[in-house]
Design a protein around this ligand. Sequence first.
Ligand code: ZN
Length: 198
Amino acid sequence: MEYFSREIGRLIGELSALPGIGNKSAQRLAFHILNLPKEDVKRLSDALVEARENVCYCRECQTLTDSELCPICSDEKRDHRTIMVVEDSRDMAAYEKTGEYRGVYHVLHGAISPMQGIGPDDIRLTELIQRLQHDVDEVIIATNSSLEGETTAMYISKLIKPTGIKTTRIASGVPVGGDLEYIDEVTLTRALLGRIEL
Ligand code: ZN
């Protein structure tokens, strides 16, 4: 039996299709939205539509941005000869937060996962290999320490080997005590400094 009218059901349906949003959360969000002033809802929907319209992939590092080159790739003060390979734009943001890394990035948008049918052609590896034709001193592989992340790291290091470019893998982070807010940054910085050559 249908508890909600068609329009409300449709809103709940759309929200529950988002990652990490179960039916209960979708209902809570739907009723929150329905109780907002109309102009607030308009602002939210405009933000969704305009972000989707205007955001594209950076020509160099493939991160999501709203210009041809993202702010990091267009920054001449960054070391463009050191490329850190990450799985997604959020990983990039996490490393940026440490303030310890001065190189540039390459965002794969995923990791190789034979279990989920995600192969090398499904992530942005071709773009990475193209970048290696320019002057590059080091590629730091900072994919996650999950099975998929390790598989991807191995695959990339084999791919780069023939070019002779130095390839390193970040150390797996060991959480240290202290303020929760800083744990991630400290761990990430340690992982970066403790990277090993492949
Ligand atoms: Zn970029």
